[in-house]
Design a protein around this ligand. Structure first.
Ligand code: SAH
Length: 244
């Protein structure tokens, strides 16, 4: 029997933002793997084995998924948002690269609504002009790389979506990121703190970057720094289509 591995994004939280393609893959699955809170979003049923695991076990989880698929199981690896954005799809391909015996397995990657798109839609259209996305966690890259990318993104006048801004184990980084952006001349830019988008705890706050405090962000927050032309209209925030 041939197994399959599907790497799927569950969207930012609301059931309505899970794509029909992902729902169909979950309905066909025999095994679900992923970080504990993401696996908890899958409804248990007979014939389905849930394999929740810790956040720091990405490569092992990826190897487990490949092994189960090679044994004939229909495996779905779940991530929040989109699986290719700071998430499990890369970890699976990294494990695959190290394991030639599994390279013939049928693998599919199913996109999901990533946090920055859900957050942007709540706020208006802050990503309507050129933008970039930066993961502020220095677990998998050195901090100086993050600072350099922030400085250059500010210089290039991108809107900047910041994932993983602040966690209990990394309380300092986000404050440093705000300082780098202020030093790069972004103090007068609008910044959006989008907390737990598309869940009952959703909260959107917009202010000037020089007013932002590190405590405004946590691990459920997506932060969007506008470009120099980003502005408000009523309760909305948007980046104009034209830049000069
Ligand atoms: N693969 C995910 C991102 C994983 S990194 C995606 O595509 O969205 C985890 C980070 O995503 C969090 O620290 C937070 O910055 C952001 N995030 C995920 N879900 C979110 C939500 N519902 N609201 C706000 N930010 C969210």
């Amino acid at each position: 029997m041939t197994g399959t591995l599907t790497i799927a994004g569950l969207g930012p939280g609301d059931e309505a933002l899970v794509t029909p393609e992902v729902s169909a893959a979950l309905a066909m699955a025999t095994d679900i793997l992923g970080y504990v809170p993401y696996v908890a979003r899958v409804t248990p049923r007979e014939g389905l084995t849930l394999h929740p695991s810790d956040n720091r076990m990405e490569l092992q989880r990826a190897g487990d998924a490949l092994r189960l698929a090679s044994e004939g199981r229909h495996v779905v690896m779940v991530s929040a948002g989109d699986p290719g954005v700071f998430a499990m799809a890369s970890a699976v391909f990294e494990a695959l690269e190290a394991s030639p015996q599994w390279q013939g397995l049928p693998i599919r990657v199913l996109p999901g609504v990533t946090a920055m798109l859900a957050a942007a839609a709540c706020a208006g259209a802050p990503l309507g002009h050129d933008f970039c996305a930066i993961n502020l966690s220095d677990n998998l890259k050195p901090w100086p790389m993050i600072e350099k990318r922030l400085r250059l993104a500010a210089e290039a006048d991108f809107a900047i979506a910041m994932y993983n801004p602040r966690s209990a184990s990394r309380p300092e980084g986000f404050g440093r990121a705000l300082s780098v952006l202020k030093e790069a001349g972004c103090g007068e830019r609008l910044v959006i703190f989008a907390h737990a988008v598309s869940t009952p705890e959703e909260r959107i706050e917009t202010l000037m970057l020089h007013e932002a405090q590190p405590e405004m962000a946590d691990m459920k927050t997506l932060v969007i720094v506008g470009n120099s032309a980003t502005r408000r209209v009523g309760r909305w925030v948007y980046a104009p289509r034209h830049a000069r």
